[in-house]
Design a protein around this ligand. Structure first.
Ligand code: PEP
Ligand code: MG
Length: 595
């Protein structure tokens, strides 16, 4: 009995919540698909046969990957099939295969052992890489190794297809090929020992909207298949062996979430107008083409920010070609309606995705990044511009330039755009002759020059994420200084006011597209500072619309004005929260509950 009591003890574990939402269900613990590898020492005479056995396994693995890729392409679309493309390239890589063959011959090793040893060596190299994104790509190597070992040893992994309804997938680190096979209809949640915000599991979970918590260290040893588990992807909490009270609590939470979705849909058609009659435009930020559905689901007024650099992160090798980009931009142009799409030119480099061949920088956030990098790599920039301008013949597209810090950069970029337009005209290629060109205001210097910038830009996109990072000298990704990242810092509010006034004076549109645009209390302050155009992740639109529909513009202006008179972030926070709290019941309690 004592053991039983011990087993059912509730345990709460904290990890990194990478996709919000509550999930309750039975755990499905995915076996380590690599299994244990036995080492054998082979006689010289058997080495040729062993190399041949390895080569056969490579052939078989290639066939498997090709089949899965086709299946995924038809189920999930091209965006996700790219992961398997990387696996295929690795399996076709002569130097990877040769290293394993050499290992077999030099060490008289069995093929399974050689695969394990060579890939462990490669993984150690990847583990040293500072860039989160590239480091995470080590999981592709692990995935390919597991596949080869499984084929060589004739073992099977526990297949995700065997999942029961309502399963919570529990894994060490869901390998990319498994992550993309997640079926939204059967997987309620995902929890893993390893992983971070940029891991494949996280990326896929977010794009499928599956609640997920990663970085739990030892979740696979704390729960067995079939046991009940709760995932709170918002807070990063996972509860194993929940007590009946906890189960009830989270079931109710889950119920509320579902009800909220119903209400959100009911409210889809309502206009975003304050009670005193001011209209606020709500747009969507997107990274993947498949999010276009969400744009329509939440009735967004077009795409306020398309982060085009995601095309690079998803590409198999290097940058996408002009035609590959054109196809994506054309789909965006054709499907986003009259409000159109603001395409941000590649915000690559620095602390973002690095292009191949660039050395690590000592201070990457302040490094060769975004528009600076594009002016440096003019051919890459021109290729992207040609693709955008051609696609703009099919719908309304605008260009926004990230991280502009001087007027020179704006002028240089504009003159390249004008030249690319001229070339397209000379070639007789259909394009937009008069595309609007905006500036991402996200560097303090651009704030100070906002009046001048506004004379030469067609619109402003206010990137509060970077602006806060650079104004406060607080790395937005560093958990040690998380507390100091203060959107309601009086200095930040003054900067926003300056930019809004400059845009008003020059009569150019301004959209706030940083995270502040999705935060209910921050939205009130932004409205009060004169912002009437917000762009956010699509799923945030219903909540922000409720804020708009609950708070008078006059009240918002009063709140912002008083906030500006305060002196510290803590004071502003306390004041704004206390003011906005009056509206909470209206904003958070769905109409159907109060009925
Ligand atoms: C920003 O900086 O606020 C922004 C919208 O862009 P990103 O988060 O991609 O830097
Ligand atoms: Mg930015």
């Amino acid at each position: 009995m004592a053991t039983l009591a011990h087993q059912v003890q509730e345990q709460r574990l904290e990890g990194i919540g990478v996709c919000h939402g509550i999930a309750l269900g039975a755990a499905f613990v995915v076996d380590d698909p690599g299994g244990r590898v036995v080492r054998a020492r082979l006689p010289e005479a058997e080495l040729d046969a062993e190399v041949a056995r390895f080569q056969q396994a490579v052939q078989q693995a290639q066939q498997q990957v090709q089949q899965s890729r086709e299946r995924l392409r038809s189920v999930l679309g091209e965006e996700h099939a790219y992961i398997l493309e990387a696996h295929l390239l690795m399996l076709q890589d002569r130097s990877f295969n040769r290293q394993i063959e050499q290992f077999i011959r030099q060490n008289h090793a069995n093929a399974e052992w050689a695969v394990r040893a060579v890939t462990n060596h490669l993984l150690a190299i990847y583990a040293e890489i500072a860039d989160d994104y590239l480091r995470e790509r080590g999981s592709d190597i692990e995935d390919v190794a597991h596949r080869l070992i499984r084929i060589l040893s004739g073992t099977q992994s526990r297949d995700l297809n065997l999942l029961a309804q309502d399963a919570i997938v529990v894994a060490d680190d869901l390998l990319p090929s498994a992550a993309i096979e997640l079926d939204k209809n059967r997987v309620r949640g995902v929890v893993t020992n390893a992983g971070g915000w940029a891991s494949h599991t996280s990326i896929i979970a977010r794009s499928l909207g599956i609640p997920a918590v990663v970085g739990l260290h030892d979740i696979t040893s704390r729960v067995r298949t079939g046991e009940t588990i709760i995932v709170d992807g918002g807070s990063g909490t996972v509860i194993v062996h929940p007590s009946p009270e906890t189960l009830l609590f989270y079931s109710e939470q889950r119920g509320r979430e579902l009800q909220q979705v119903v209400c959100d849909l009911e409210e889809r058609e309502l206009p975003a107008i304050t009670p005193d009659g001011y209209e606020i435009t709500l747009r969507a930020n997107i990274e993947l083409l498949e999010e276009i559905d969400a744009l329509h689901q939440y009735n967004a007024a077009g795409i306020g920010l398309y982060r085009s650099e995601f095309l690079y992160s998803m590409a198999v090798a290097g940058l996408p070609t002009e035609d590959e980009q054109y196809e994506v931009y054309r789909v965006l142009a054709e499907t986003s309606g009259d409000e159109g799409v603001v395409i941000r030119t590649f915000d690559l480099g620095g602390d973002r995705l690095k292009l191949e061949g660039f050395k690590p920088e000592r201070n990457p956030a302040l490094g060769l990044r975004a528009t600076r990098l594009m002016l440096n790599l003019e051919q890459v920039f021109r290729t992207q511009l040609r693709a955008i301008l051609r696609a703009a013949a099919h719908g309304k597209l605008k260009i926004v330039l990230p991280l502009v810090s001087t007027l020179d950069e704006l002028r240089a970029a504009k003159s390249i755009i004008a030249e690319v337009e001229r070339q397209l005209r000379d070639e007789g290629v259909g394009h937009d002759e008069d595309i609007e060109i905006g500036v991402m205001v996200e560097v303090p210097a651009a704030v100070m020059l906002a009046e001048l910038m506004a004379r030469e830009a067609d619109f402003f996109s206010l990137g509060t994420n970077d602006l806060i990072q650079f104004m406060l000298a607080v790395d937005r990704t560093n958990e040690n200084v998380n507390d100091l990242f203060a959107p309601l810092h009086p200095g930040v509010l003054k900067a926003i006011k300056l930019v809004v006034e400059a845009a008003h004076k020059a009569q150019i549109p301004l959209t706030v597209c940083g995270e502040m645009a999705a935060h209910p209390a921050h939205v009130v302050v932004l409205m009060g500072l004169g912002v009437t155009d917000l762009s956010m992740r699509p799923s945030a639109i219903p909540l922000v619309k409720r804020v708009v529909r609950a708070v008078d513009m006059t009240a918002a202006r009063g709140i912002a004005a008083h906030a500006l008179s305060l002196t510290t972030p803590a004071e502003v926070n306390k004041y704004v929260q206390s003011q906005v709290a009056r509206y909470w019941s209206q904003i958070f309690v769905a109409p159907s509950y109060s009925r």
